[in-house]
Ligand binder design. Structure first.
Ligand code: AMP
Length: 417
């Protein structure tokens, strides 16, 4: 597989898929430019080599039609400043051949939002799955998706994918386009390389003991990951709202706590699997409970399996926090996804904070720690500990699918799998 470090872009045109799906405020100003900064090492390497750069991305969900509020023209100036080069703009991504052909070494062209074309995502529009014509429409759309990808590919000599956030999607610009470049002219960008390496560190290249912490509201959305991790970890902490599905499944009283009643059997099965596989499953034993779902609620600490009616578990209690700390402190590999409580309310951050602190301390002592998924990243930022962990993933869905053990189409297309 070609790597970006081994490629000399001098005299070449490179088309680069980035994730510039940045949040904009009501005036169209970028409110968080993390994603732009994340792609800069790749973009700058291409320019420094003497290449010409064609940047492509999606923004928002325009559903296959142009919409001014999703126009990438809004970020051209910010990208120009970040790169230190005046960025040209192609206001129709599928009709940019002449502009691409005219690009000279060191110049940059940004294409309009790829998702202004339904071909980018490749899903038929205006027809329901139940419609008898759906399969036909899907086939036709797949054919036009290939044509769209081929058009994008025709702009450049080589293709770089640096959009980890969409790597789990088989879209024209993230996967299909790679078919139009030979193996020596397509590669992952630096951000993608880092993300792929981070996943590898926790799925293949594991230093033991390995502790995974899964939190958040539901078991159902995390079950694929929990089952995959069960074959890899030494300690598995399940916390947050999931706690009460487990407590109820084991006969506990959980008051008004969040619970998935149709997942009680699944919870018991996870407990059984952990025993069979010798995994130390850590569930919270006590909770900070509230008499309403609000920051100014009355509080009391209860056993997690004995919560009175009218009260709900909102955060890990002091005994649970100690159990979590113990399972994290000796670990050499740590993965954290999902908060241990309703951390958005300041009175229910203690569980997530205890986890973040234990991870930071273990990392100081040499552990490898990966934090991923929007809410855990928000937690680590809220507690000001983002520089005390090994890696914070930029990918939500893509990271979770990779941890589930699924092959990411964006990565597979480069590797030629
Ligand atoms: P998820 O999207 O499944 O990762 O869940 C994240 C959400 O879980 C956050 O918004 C938290 O507020 C929420 N959460 C964590 N613990 C609890 C709890 N005990 N009760 C209700 N929601 C919770």
């Amino acid at each position: 597989m070609m790597t970006i470090d081994n490629y000399n872009f001098a005299g070449k045109k490179a088309i680069v898929r980035v994730d510039f799906n940045v949040p904009l405020d009501e005036n169209g100003t970028i409110s968080d430019d993390t994603r732009i900064r994340g792609a800069l090492p790749t973009l700058k390497k291409i320019l420094a080599d003497g290449g010409a750069l064609i940047i492509m991305s999606h923004m928002g969900k325009p559903k296959g039609k142009p919409a001014a509020k999703y126009s990438l023209s809004q970020i051209v100036d910010a990208v120009s400043v970040a790169l230190g080069v005046k960025v040209q703009f192609a206001d129709d991504c599928a009709k940019a051949k002449a502009q691409a052909d005219a690009l000279k070494s060191g110049e940059v062209l940004m294409l309009e939002n790829l998702r202004f074309y339904a071909e980018e995502e490749g899903k038929p529009v205006g027809i329901e799955k139940e419609d008898p014509q759906y399969e036909e429409a899907k086939k036709a759309m797949k054919a036009s998706q290939k044509e769209f990808a081929k058009t994008l590919a025709s702009y450049a000599d080589c293709y770089v994918n640096d959009a980890f956030g969409t790597a789990h999607r088989k879209h024209a610009s993230t996967a299909v386009i790679a078919d139009y470049f030979d193996v020596d002219n397509k590669m992952l960008g630096y951000l993608m390389e880092k993300e792929v390496q981070a996943v590898d560190n926790i799925l293949s290249n594991i230093r033991r003991p390995f502790t995974a912490i899964m939190g958040g509201s539901k078991v159902s959305t995390k079950i694929g990951i929990i089952e995959n991790l069960m074959n890899k970890v030494d300690n598995l902490i399940l916390c947050g709202g999931m706690t009460y599905t487990f407590a109820k499944a084991q006969g506990g009283k959980i008051g008004n706590s969040i619970c998935e009643d149709d997942k009680l059997e699944l919870a018991l099965d996870i407990i059984r699997q952990a025993k069979e596989k010798g995994v130390n499953l850590v569930l919270g034993v006590d909770s900070v409970c509230a008499d309403k779902f609000a920051n100014d609620a009355n509080l009391k600490v209860c056993e997690s399996n004995d919560i009175p009616e009218g009260w709900e578990g909102m955060d890990a209690g002091p005994k649970s926090r100690e159990l979590f700390r113990n399972a994290i402190s000796g670990a050499q590999t740590i993965l954290w996804n999902g908060p241990a409580g309703v951390f958005e309310f300041d009175n229910f951050t203690a569980g997530s904070k205890a986890i973040a602190e234990a991870i930071a301390e273990a990392t100081d002592k040499g552990a490898y720690s990966l934090i991923g998924g929007g809410d855990s990243v928000a937690c680590i930022n809220k507690f000001g500990m983002s520089d005390r962990v090994s890696y914070i993933s930029t990918g939500g869905g893509a990271l979770l699918e990779a941890i589930e053990g699924k092959v990411l189409p964006g990565v597979a297309a480069i590797k030629g799998e």
